[in-house]
Structures are given as structure tokens and as C-alpha cells.
Ligand binder design. Structure first.
Ligand code: DC
Length: 233
């Protein structure tokens, strides 16, 4: 029998642009699991910090503020909504300014401590797909299955460029490669919970694979794991 009432914990970590959100959403849909986008939670926390005008080097104000953080995720008709202290911030957290701010706020201990607790609580019953940078290493080191989803810097930058072009923005691939490289550096070089592949995570390189190919492989591994755990006495 699985040790969690609602199923297993599936951890997906990896650098930005590797396709974690798409894969986590589809995986959750097909397994009937809940998707927890921890990046969206860090973005929502940044939104609130910025709106409250909290100086990021004012540690006591930051700690005080983080004690009352309430970030919730909800999926309505297949779309994920993000609520920060009761406010729907789904669209506001996806701007380039929020991405930039979040790469700073997500390195701060009070922010990480608050969200770590919230994420552990949200996933404790199982039946969840959590995606982020530190799920398999810090949030759920005991996750039943862990993936590290990656792709080359060039491929991730190319995908990002395509996305921005579709949204009507003019961007250069060279600049996007530099951005992606810088975000990788910030995520993997910070002191607390840096981006790192857990020792027991399965590495999936999506550079030359379609979404469906990545998903098919991952879903098979997850189903096998679920069946194996269910057949245990
Ligand atoms: O996945 P994303 O781009 O929405 O993440 C936004 C930021 O939050 C990014 O700078 C990495 C950070 N993050 C983190 O530090 N830990 C997580 N578990 C998830 C995201």
C-alpha cells in the first residue's frame, strides 16, 4: 500500500524553459493528480512583497511579512489560478519584471522557509505532481519518483524566443541565450536550495524530444511505480 492516502508524490525539477510546467500539467491531468507549480508560488510571493514595498534587505520586515503569506493554487476548467493573500494574481506574475524580481526573492531564507512549509503541506497526502528547482532535494526528498527535466541552453532559449515571438515581442536568440544562462547561474549558485539534480532523480533530456515523447516515457515510469507500491503488502 502506498504510504500516502491520495497517491504518490512526483517531483519534477530542472532549469527554466525545460518544459516542466507543460509536462507537469499533462502528467497531473492523465493521472488525475493535482499539479503544484512552485515557481508560480515564488512569483506570487514576489508580487506581494513588491506591492507591500518591502525592502529585500530588511530582514525583520521580510520575516514578519512572510509569516502571513497565504499562496494558493487552484485549477478551474483546466486553467491554473494563483491567489496571493486572497488576490487573483494569475496574470500579473508572468511579466519579465516579476521573473527578474523572483530570481532575487527566491534566494531569501524567509521566503523559502514560508513556501517550503506551504508546499510540504499541500503535497503531504500525495496524488500530486510538484515542479520546481528543489522538490526532489529539499521539499520532498522522500518523493516516490523524481525527475530532472533538462534541455540544452540553446534549445531552451529557442523555445523561449518562439513563445515571445508568438506573443508579439521582438527578441534576439543571442540575447535570450544570455538570459537563460544567467537564470541558470542564479538558480544553481544560490546558497539555499540551489537547483541541483537529486542523486536518485531520473534525468530526462528534452532537447530532441516532443512533449508527447517526454510525457509517454514519464507516465509509464509513474504508473509502474504506482502499481509496484500498490502491490506491496
Ligand atoms: O519556474 P519559474 O520560472 O516560474 O520560477 C520562477 C522563479 O522561482 C525562478 O527564478 C526560480 C525560482 N524557483 C525556486 O527557486 N524554487 C522553486 N521550487 C521554484 C522556482
Amino acid at each position: 500500500m502506498p504510504s500516502r492516502p491520495d497517491g504518490i508524490v512526483i517531483a519534477i525539477d530542472g532549469p527554466s524553459g525545460a518544459g516542466k510546467s507543460t509536462i507537469a500539467r499533462l502528467l497531473a491531468e492523465r493521472l488525475g493528480y493535482i499539479q503544484i507549480d512552485t515557481g508560480a508560488m515564488y512569483r506570487a510571493a514576489s508580487f506581494l512583497l513588491s506591492r507591500a514595498g518591502i525592502e529585500l534587505d530588511d530582514y525583520s520586515a521580510l520575516e514578519q511579512f512572510c509569516r502571513n503569506l497565504d499562496i494558493r493554487l487552484e485549477v478551474i476548467s483546466g486553467k491554473q489560478f494563483v491567489y496571493a493573500n486572497g488576490l487573483d494574481v494569475t496574470d500579473q506574475i508572468r511579466t519579465p519584471e516579476m521573473s527578474l524580481l523572483t530570481s532575487r526573492t527566491s534566494s531569501l531564507k524567509p521566503v523559502r522557509d514560508a513556501l517550503l512549509q506551504a508546499q510540504q503541506k499541500m503535497g503531504s497526502r500525495g496524488g500530486v505532481v510538484l515542479e520546481g528547482r528543489d522538490i526532489g532535494t529539499v521539499v520532498f526528498p522522500d518523493a516516490e519518483i523524481k525527475f530532472y527535466l533538462s534541455a540544452s541552453v540553446e534549445e531552451r532559449a529557442r523555445r523561449r524566443c518562439d513563445e515571445l515571438t508568438r506573443a508579439g515581442e521582438i527578441v534576439s536568440l543571442t540575447e535570450t541565450i544570455a538570459d537563460v544562462t544567467e537564470r541558470d547561474r542564479q538558480d544553481s549558485e544560490r546558497d539555499i536550495a540551489p537547483l541541483r539534480q537529486a542523486d536518485d532523480a531520473i534525468l530526462v533530456d528534452s532537447s530532441r524530444l516532443t512533449v508527447e515523447e517526454v510525457l509517454t516515457g514519464m507516465i509509464t515510469l509513474c504508473r509502474n511505480k504506482i502499481v509496484t507500491l500498490e502491490s506491496l503488502p
